[in-house]
Structures are given as C-alpha cells and as structure tokens.
Design a binder for this molecule. Sequence first.
Ligand SMILES: *[C@@H]1O[C@H](CO)[C@@H](O)[C@H](O)[C@H]1NC(C)=O
Ligand SMILES: *[C@@H]1O[C@H](CO)[C@@H](O)[C@H](O)[C@H]1NC(C)=O
Ligand SMILES: *[C@@H]1O[C@H](CO)[C@@H](O)[C@H](O)[C@H]1NC(C)=O
Ligand SMILES: *[C@@H]1O[C@H](CO)[C@@H](O)[C@H](O)[C@H]1NC(C)=O
Length: 308
Amino acid sequence: MSTKSKDISTPNTEPLHNIGDLWNDFSQNTGFHGVNKLSGITNRHKIRLLLWTCFILSCGIYLIVTVVEEINNYYRYPTTMTQYTKPENEIEFPSVTVCNLNSLNKSAIKNDPRIDNYYFSISPFRGLLNITTNWSDPIYEQEGFYLNRTLEDVMTDEKHIIDPGGFLVYAIFHLSYLDVRKYFKVKLTYMGPCLTSNPDMKIKTNHAGSDFHLTLMLDLDNANNYYGRSFGEGLQFQVHDSKEDPIFDGNSGFYVEPGKEVFASVHRCNCLPYTHNRKYYRIISEQEVFGDEPDETKNKIRDSASGC
Ligand SMILES: *[C@@H]1O[C@H](CO)[C@@H](O)[C@H](O)[C@H]1NC(C)=O
Ligand SMILES: *[C@@H]1O[C@H](CO)[C@@H](O)[C@H](O)[C@H]1NC(C)=O
Ligand SMILES: *[C@@H]1O[C@H](CO)[C@@H](O)[C@H](O)[C@H]1NC(C)=O
Ligand SMILES: *[C@@H]1O[C@H](CO)[C@@H](O)[C@H](O)[C@H]1NC(C)=O
C-alpha cells in the first residue's frame, strides 16, 4: 500500500527540473480534455500529437472567438422586437362634436337695450362699436349675471340640448335609433354648449364604405336665434378621435348651413407614419339643399366611416 501511494505521488512531490517536465506533469493532471494527449510521456506517434495539437488549438480559438462575440453582443444592448398582425373586424366609430354657432336663446334673454348691449359687446361684431357695460346698473344683478354658478350648475342648465324636443332631435346608427342621452353629452366650448358623441360609450362598426352610419337630425330653432341671421347661423361639425378634445378654431371641421343636409365621409389616412398609434381622419363633406321649404330649420348629417 505504501509503495503504491509512493508511485502516484512521486511526480507531485519531486521537484520539476525543466519546462518539459512541468508540461508533462500539467498535461497528465489537468482537467482539460485531450490535453493529456499532447505530452511526450507516452510513446505516441508524432503525427497523432500534431493532430491533437491542431484540434485542441482550433477548439481554443473557437471558444475565444465565441466568447468575444457574445461579450460584444451583450455590450451592444440589443433590443428584441416581435411584430405581429392583429386582425380587427370592428373599428371604433370616431367621435362627432356638433356646435350651434348661434346658441343664445332669444326667448330666454330679457328684451332690454342694456342686455342687448352686453351681448353685442361679446359678439363677433364687438369691434364695430365701442360699447362698455355699466356693471353698476342693477339690471345685471336682477338678470342673474352675478349669480355664483359652478360648472355643474352651468352643465345642468345646458342639459336641455339633449333632452327630447331640444337641439338633438334624433340619432341613428346602423339604421337604428340611438339612446341620445347615453351616447351623447354636452360639451362646453367658447361657442356655447356643444354636443359630443359620448367617448365612454364607444360605438363600433364593422361596416366599411358608404353604409348608413351616424345620422343626426338637429333642430336649430331659428325662431329663437338671438343674434339673427346677420351674425351667422348654422352648425359646426368636428370628427375626431374620442381621446382628443376637438378644437374649434374657426377653420376646423366643417360648417353646415340651416336647412341643409350634409354627407360626410371619414377616411383613415397614414398621414404621419412611424409615430404613434393614433388615428387621423380626413373629412370630406358635400352639401345639398335639403327640403323644399326655404325656412327649413333642420339639419341632417350622415357620417360614414370608410375603410382604406
Ligand atoms: C328657448 O327658450 C324657449 C323658452 O324658454 C324654449 O321654449 C325653447 O325650447 C328654447 N330653445 C332652445 C333651442 O333651447
Ligand atoms: C371706448 O370708450 C371708452 C369710454 O367710453 C374709452 O375709455 C375707451 O378708450 C374706448 N375704447 C376704444 C377702443 O375706443
Ligand atoms: C351706471 O349705472 C348706475 C346705476 O344705474 C348709474 O348711477 C351710473 O350713472 C351709470 N354709469 C354710467 C357711466 O352710465
Ligand atoms: C359669491 O361668492 C363670493 C365668494 O365665494 C361671495 O363673496 C359673494 O357674496 C357671492 N355672491 C352671491 C351673489 O352669492
């Protein structure tokens, strides 16, 4: 037993005299596979030794190249993207906002020159005459100009435009009547109360093309038009994404005269590709005289979305 253990431990304990011995010792004891074939300890053919050397060297080079490549790849912080196509059979119908350009109700305003002066001073023609309002006059207080009103109070007052008999007579979608109070709500703009198709109750459609989509019948009640014809009357329409706030800057949307029927179609266009996941609409409208009566006060819009 002692002789055996002496045999094995001999190479480790004896001092190593030269590089050859050191290599032989290392190649026989290392854990690297194949390295033991590279020592001259055994009587192997030189060709075999050469082949093993080539093989192990090329494996080593391959290992180093792979590791360097992986490290380089890691420090480039590559991004992995997965692209897929999701077919959508339905698209969300865009929101429609309608404003009456002349929403002041003559019957609801006291007939008094001082009150008229005030409304003139806030009208589009205010630049023509220099009219100042005498706020110390008690009539303004009597008429409720000084009431402390919150936004809720104003909204409550304006609710009537979606009430039956109000501004919005009916709304039809896919040839069936919509619950007006569910799908529309009042939106305040500087033009007064406007109607907007409710962004919380999204209307979806699976029809493309010129099918009947949204049809609105609107009653302008021209008899109660405070400013009258000279100040402009009619409707302004805006078709927009339900997440967007419509901007009425005078040129946006399209204008509908009283007594006209307007057909508007919406085209989705890729105006700004590669930006964000937003929809852009182009509105095309054409007007037609509606009805025979010259004092027809109703407006009608048919809005249709078309696929592209
Ligand atoms: C205007 O006011 C009168 C009287 O208050 C009312 O009958 C009419 O419906 C109102 N018109 C509109 C468009 O609100
Ligand atoms: C309008 O009239 C008031 C006096 O009534 C005057 O102080 C003011 O400068 C005038 N404004 C213009 C724009 O003429
Ligand atoms: C404004 O109205 C008050 C109360 O009616 C009156 O005393 C005052 O003279 C008026 N001021 C002007 C500039 O008209
Ligand atoms: C309106 O509110 C203000 C402050 O909240 C108060 O000073 C004023 O008296 C109120 N006016 C009326 C008419 O209630």
